[in-house]
Design a binder for this molecule. Structure first.
Ligand SMILES: N[C@@H]1[C@@H](O)[C@H](O)[C@@H](COP(=O)(O)O)O[C@@H]1O
Length: 261
């Protein structure tokens, strides 16, 4: 696992947007897995700016969703489908045809989950998967004690996650769904390059346990330790509880530029 400590969220967004640009350069139709939440927004802004300036051609990129609420009416502005279309697909100038996601309003949720895993595999697999992290260490919506081998499936949110996400629902926890569809941890680990971005002091404990703690389902993001090419990008505040922070800094400073992320 590579840990990169950046000064702030903007720098993290820029660094990861550069990695996406490099990927699109060598594979123009790459399948990009995108995450929701506040953390990845600087990545999407930096990438959209590169596309607008002509520095990056994203016209053949394909976008896929990490997770979704179950039961929100189609077109709800806070469904993750709506968020990804608004924050990623449209700013990159892509059409809905380039986008894939699980159907959170399907009558048969289990069948929708299986269909999504199959669609990801048939699309050639995810090339680069962006991840945020919950304060409880979740990735996607894989809450603590999720199977580390899990595939896309329905999950029940913890009270903490519903509290954390209430800000997107008029600060009213009653509006936050209890159920979600999420790529499983096994599904996420199938991506060729997972990149987790964490910013702010509120994520410091989860980051320390993810990077320096044991691999354990109580901290779902710790499963990234099992991936041969996982990158964790953190700002100074999110890195504040890492015991090996100086080592990570020195390692990154000495990294040959040609390696990229
Ligand atoms: N399902 C999403 C996660 O993918 C995201 O990482 C997390 C953190 O969000 P934020 O980045 O806003 O802290 O929120 C939700 O739970």
């Amino acid at each position: 696992m590579e840990v990169v400590i950046v000064p702030d969220a903007t720098a993290g967004g820029e660094l990861i947007a550069e990695a996406i640009a490099a990927l699109l350069d060598r594979k123009p139709d790459a399948l990009l897995g995108v995450a929701t939440g506040s953390t990845p927004l600087p990545i999407y802004r930096a990438l959209a700016a590169k596309v607008a300036s002509g520095a990056v051609d994203a016209s053949r990129a394909r976008i896929c969703q990490l997770d979704e609420y179950v039961g929100l009416p189609a077109g709800h502005p806070e469904s993750y489908r709506s968020v990804v279309l608004r924050e990623v697909v449209e700013p990159l100038g892509l059409s809905e045809a380039s986008f894939m996601g699980p159907d959170g309003s399907a009558e048969d949720v289990q069948a929708a989950c299986e269909a999504y895993d199959k669609a990801l595999a048939e699309a050639g697999g995810v090339d680069l998967q962006l991840l945020g992290i919950g304060t409880d260490g979740h990735i996607g919506f894989n809450e603590p004690c999720s199977s580390l081998a899990s595939r896309t499936r329905i999950k029940t949110l913890t009270e903490q996650t519903r509290v954390d996400n209430a800000r997107f629902f008029d600060d009213d926890i009653e509006q936050v769904p209890h159920h979600v569809i999420t790529q499983g941890i096994g599904t996420i680990l199938d991506a060729r390059h997972p990149i987790l971005l964490a910013t702010g002091e509120g994520k410091a404990e989860a980051v320390a346990q993810t990077v320096e703690g044991p691999v354990a389902s109580i901290v779902p993001a710790s499963a990234l330790q099992l991936h041969p090419h996982a990158t964790v990008v953190v700002d100074e505040a999110a890195a504040s509880k890492l015991k090996l922070a100086d080592y990570f800094r020195a390692t990154y400073a000495a990294k040959p530029a040609w390696q990229g992320l």
